[in-house]
Design a protein around this ligand. Structure first.
Ligand SMILES: [Zn+2]
Length: 273
């Protein structure tokens, strides 16, 4: 993996990524898993699979979570998940929600974005090509995480997250920092002409996120999320965009396009200290 934006960290066998820019903030913890350091042993899930809806047993996946949290100093007992369905639902995670999705059953559905002001509660998003986005208000110390696949990106879920942080916690856009995580790059994210045109109609100002190469159509989902956030006033300098493509690096990162059904899942975590 070649990257200018991320640090590649190794603790025992666990390899994980962090955003160089986000590491500067003492109140914040975050980490992105790779395939390395877990106990899953099938071809498509080895070895750090954090996806519960795979062929790996729940015990195996929970052990991976435990190993990952040990390596990254995240609080395993407080891990809280969304309930991702490519929706634009956003939930504020309160004390009652802590641990839902991994340790206790979720009582919410269609939640692709989660936000909290609780300390030591890691929010986690699953992806395998889709775009994970993490948020933090550096003044008010509010954090969020969202799952932006093409549907979430088309519906501007990232912007809805920033708006929700503002509405609920009075966050100012200039205080929000973002990490747009490991996802499929414009090198590999080929889409139908129909979907390409649908995006182009809606985001006609964002020319640089569209590419046509050899009569094939490509979208830059990571850049679209960045441009949307800039569009509402999150400063460009506050937004880090991961420069690693999941499909090009499917030995290191789970990629749906590269591995197909049954593949493991990457976890993107953010937590207040
Ligand atoms: Zn690629």
């Amino acid at each position: 993996m070649n990257t200018e934006i991320m640090n590649i960290n190794k603790k025992e066998n666990v390899v994980f990524l962090t955003f160089k820019e986000l590491e500067k903030y003492d109140f914040l913890k975050h980490a992105v898993s790779t395939r390395h350091g877990g106990i899953s042993n099938s071809e498509k899930t080895s070895s750090m699979n954090l996806g519960l809806k795979t062929d790996d047993s729940v015990e195996t996946v929970k052990e991976n979570f435990r190993i990952f949290c040990n390596a990254t100093a995240l609080n395993y007992n407080n891990i809280t998940l969304a309930n991702q369905t490519h929706s634009t639902g956003i939930r504020i995670i309160t004390k009652e929600d802590v641990g839902k999705g991994l340790h206790i059953q979720r009582d919410y559905n269609d939640i692709d974005g989660i936000i909290t002001n609780l300390k030591d509660v890691p929010l986690m998003i699953h992806t395998a090509d889709c775009v994970p986005v993490i948020f933090a208000d550096v003044k008010k110390q509010i954090i969020g995480a969202a799952h932006c696949g093409w549907k979430g990106t088309f519906e501007s879920l990232s912007v809805k997250m920033a708006e929700k942080m503002k509405a609920k916690f009075n966050c100012r856009y200039e205080d929000i920092i973002c990490g747009i995580g490991t996802a499929i790059g414009v090198c590999c994210y080929e889409v139908s002409e129909e979907l390409y045109c649908k995006f182009k109609d809606r985001f006609c100002d964002f020319e640089e996120a569209f590419e046509i190469r050899e009569e094939k159509y490509y979208l830059n989902l990571k850049l679209l999320n960045k441009l949307q956030l800039e569009g509402v006033g999150v400063p460009s300098r506050n937004i880090s965009v991961c420069d690693i493509c999941t499909k090009c690096n499917s030995d290191e990162l789970f990629s749906h396009r590269a591995l197909g059904d049954g593949r493991g899942m990457i976890g993107t975590f953010v937590s207040l200290k």
